[in-house]
Design a protein around this ligand. Structure first.
Ligand SMILES: *Cc1c(COP(=O)(O)O)cnc(C)c1O
Length: 438
């Protein structure tokens, strides 16, 4: 037996030992074999982005001293200040704010908006409804402390039926008050396509032609390191994201970032801490090493998550389910939606993801009433960092069409195991058309 075959055999045996049936494994194996070229392209992109990150760390002379803890005010925190320079370089920005005091992605976005808008200004979303949690930030759903309460108005132009920009109405929506345009890169949990960096560039160029001094902000959540380019390279003034998604590489235990024009970042820093203090204060409390190490890992982690999403799309597409994005199309974020058509299949899928987790694998996820949702929601996650969505996780509302959204996977191998387990659960409950598996 050749060495390769021998390795294949012991891997297969290990899957069987862990509970995956031969039919399920073989089907997955055949799908994976067809993705070789696609995976090679992803590896190339990860290689490029890995070099980009290392280059930024070298250029800014990251040293062991950068990992020292700071406490109290955190004046002259070398690690924090250097990390912000590294982020700025990776994202081609003038400056960046990268802090554990930014609690999540929504907080980072709220901070960027509230610090760069003033009473009387108007915010425009030319790509339709923003992420759910931003509705209360903006005041689309009334909330304490929203932008609306501070006299900042909001306009929205939806994408056209085919997913393209409604240039005519965007032009009409831009007026004297328009100060900031927010562009969400990822589709989040909507059905529109995710925007490529090039398409974001087109939109920014259009907006700037009409109003050159408008601030173009990109919600970069889930998009980092999925492409070679990031939105600032195509004209964005500011990008915003969460460290418990892609750029934290699974290691950052908390945090968010804002990168972009010096003035935009300075406004955000003055709002995060205090006018006059800005970036000068903010102790890093011992998490800074994980921010560095997470960023270092992020290109490879993101590539693993991307492979998982593509693998799942191809598996479930072959089995006759509707998948978004489909098995072939290019990817601009790490989220995969699979329409499972029944509550039983949705629950089985999530149980499979949970079973494959390194943490809490023995628990069974159950549908639950969640604030803000009009149906019960089932969620599967067994993560090292609570709520981390760069780690393998899946969720979906228990209502037609019973779509599951899943994302993440710190390694491709774990993502693969999770998807095989999801299929195993569907398979053993006769919820898939087994004739499609040959
Ligand atoms: C996750 C996400 C957010 C919000 O981030 P949280 O960390 O969940 O607050 C905002 N926008 C998009 C597109 C996201 O994916």
């Amino acid at each position: 037996m050749s060495i390769q075959n021998e390795a294949e055999t012991i891997i297969t045996q290990q899957y069987l030992k862990m509970g995956i049936q031969k039919e399920v494994y073989d089907f997955g194996h055949s799908i994976e074999a067809g993705l070789k070229e696609r995976f090679e392209q992803i590896d190339k992109m990860a290689e490029y982005n890995q070099l980009k990150v290392i280059h930024a760390m070298q250029k800014n002379k990251v040293s062991a001293e950068c990992f020292n803890q700071s406490s109290g005010y955190g004046y002259n925190d070398l690690g924090r200040d250097t990390l912000e320079k590294v982020y700025a370089d990776v994202f081609c920005a003038e400056d960046a704010l990268v802090r554990p005091q930014i609690t999540c992605g929504t907080h980072a976005l709220a901070l960027a908006l509230m610090s760069n808008l003033r009473p009387g200004d108007e915010l425009l979303s030319p790509v339709g409804k923003p992420y759910d949690t931003l509705e209360e930030v903006i005041g689309i759903r009334p909330s304490k402390g929203s932008l609306a309460e501070y006299g900042i108005s909001y306009r929205q132009v939806d994408l056209l039926e085919d997913g393209s920009f409604d240039f005519e109405n965007i032009k009409k929506a831009i007026n004297d008050k328009t100060k900031l345009v927010t562009i969400q890169r990822s589709k989040g949990y909507q059905t529109r396509p995710t925007l490529s960096v090039d398409r974001i560039g087109e939109l920014i160029a259009f907006v700037k032609k009409i109003k050159p001094d408008v601030i173009c902000m990109v919600d970069n959540c889930y998009g980092e390191f999925v492409e070679e380019k990031e939105p600032i390279e195509v004209g964005a003034d500011m990008i915003v994201g969460s460290l418990i998604k892609n750029p934290g590489g699974g290691l950052a235990p908390i945090g968010g970032y804002i990168a972009g024009k010096r003035e935009c970042v300075e406004n955000a820093a003055y709002r995060l801490t205090s006018p006059g203090l800005g970036k000068e204060v903010g102790a890093s409390l011992g998490v800074i090493q994980s921010f560095y190490q997470g960023l270092f890992q992020a290109p490879v982690v993101t590539a693993g998550a991307l492979k998982g999403a593509i693998f799942a799309a191809n598996i479930y597409e072959k089995l006759g389910f509707n998948v978004v994005p489909n098995g072939k199309e290019s990817r601009h974020d790490i989220i995969q939606a699979v329409t499972l058509n029944s509550p039983e299949a949705l629950c089985a899928f999530c149980e499979g993801i949970q079973t494959a987790a390194p943490v809490d694998s023995y628990v069974t996820p159950e549908p639950w009433d969640m604030p803000g949702y009009d149906a019960q929601v089932i969620m599967a996650a067994g993560a090292f960092v609570q709520g981390s969505s760069i780690e393998l996780s899946a969720d979906g509302p228990l209502k037609p069409p019973y779509a599951v959204y899943f994302q993440g996977g710190l390694t491709w191998y774990h993502a693969k195991l999770g998807i095989l387990w999801s299929l195993q659960k569907l398979y053993e409950r006769n919820l898939v058309d087994k004739s499609r598996m040959c």
